[in-house]
Design a protein around this ligand. Structure first.
Ligand SMILES: C[S@@+](CC[C@H](N)C(=O)[O-])C[C@H]1O[C@@H](n2cnc3c(N)ncnc32)[C@H](O)[C@@H]1O
Length: 319
């Protein structure tokens, strides 16, 4: 069997890499610059925050700030599943020494190109990108102050095997930091709230489409069901899973339970009740202010227990 980057050809992980290779090529061809300080509008996206720099600021920057806030100065950081590298780059710009790995060679190629172009050199730590399957890599013993998963751990079917290796490579007192969606936390309340907001707010959907979808109670229920499928990535006709291992883990109980075997959880925050597939889709002259307002509202409904968070931010220390 032919091997590429230590992977068996046509294995699930090879397929995973190919899907992200394709996604990266398509998005970059359509104008995406995966650099949080050099963002531009990308009209290709319709309900994704990467559509406009202001939406990235509202929806993605709080996750980045969460990671930055929990790193000690000049940390030795390992980011696993770094994709197109925008987080790793930002961490290095804040003076950290970063090693970042992804199985998608196209994503790493773009990440390297963007890092080479980096005009923000003051206080830069160091940055090294690598292509590889993190399930088959040895990260070394007591090597890192922090290991980060940024929307990647939910792609890992054998999470216990990986977390054991992560535990091994984190120095005593070091940290695991994650920001992950957990799509099994989406429920009917999520879907109906998102349906209501989408039907009344200016979004990418034309007025006529909205009217048809909400003409009768039956239409409404179908609409809410379609949104449920979209948020859980089960919709065959609309939003699909990004890759074969997307949603390998979808529940907080499973993910946090696995983490607790090796780590002591210090911080656990819940985010993104309904906002994830809405914020980048807002249209109209007031869309940026509306996005910020909805972000606050989203936070509030989670805090008051009205809707479940469908993403978590977590910090844990090595046991
Ligand atoms: C949803 S993307 C997130 C990427 C990036 N962290 C971000 O926030 O844009 C998941 C990433 O995990 C990578 N990935 C999945 N399984 C992997 C594995 N076994 N080894 C290395 N990377 C993997 C994929 O190639 C993909 O880039």
């Amino acid at each position: 069997m032919v091997k590429k980057n230590g992977m068996r050809k046509h294995s699930v992980i090879q397929h995973e890499a190919e899907e992200f290779d394709k996604e990266t090529i398509t998005r970059v061809t359509h104008g995406l610059i995966p650099d949080l300080r050099r963002l531009k509008k990308v009209a290709y996206f319709y309900n994704n925050p990467w559509r406009e720099p202001e939406f990235v600021q509202t929806q993605i920057m709080p996750r980045v700030d969460f990671v930055l806030k929990h790193l000690k100065p000049r940390s030795r950081v390992l980011e696993l599943g770094c994709g197109r590298g925008y987080l790793a780059l930002e961490l290095a710009r804040h003076g950290h020494d970063v090693r970042a790995v992804d199985v998608s060679s196209e994503s790493i190629a773009i990440a390297k190109k963007i890092a080479e172009e980096n005009p923000y050199k003051k206080g830069f730590g160091s940055l090294k990108y690598e292509v590889g399957d993190i399930m088959n890599m040895d990260f070394g013993k007591d090597k890192h102050d922090a290991v980060i998963f940024f929307r990647t751990l939910h792609h890992i079917p054998r999470i216990n095997v990986l977390l054991k290796k992560v535990h091994h490579t984190i120095k005593p007192g070091g940290r695991l930091i994650i920001s992950e969606p957990l799509r099994e936390e989406v429920n009917e309340h999520t879907a109906h709230t998102a349906a209501l907001l989408r039907s009344i707010l200016p979004t990418w959907e034309a007025h006529g489409t909205k009217r048809a979808r909400t003409a009768s109670l039956r239409d409404w229920q179908n609409y809410a069901q379609a949104i449920y499928d979209e948020y859980t990535y089960k919709d065959e006709h609309g939003e699909k899973a990004q890759s074969p291992n997307d949603n390998a883990i979808g529940s907080e109980k499973l993910m946090v339970g696995a983490i607790k075997k090796y780590f002591r959880v210090e911080t656990l925050e819940h985010h993104d009740a309904f906002i994830d597939k809405l914020v980048g889709g807002l249209r109209g002259p007031h869309r940026h202010a509306l996005a910020r307002h909805l972000k606050e509202f989203d936070h509030e409904v989670i805090k008051r227990g009205m809707l479940p968070g469908t993403a978590i931010h977590l910090v844990a220390t090595k046991k």
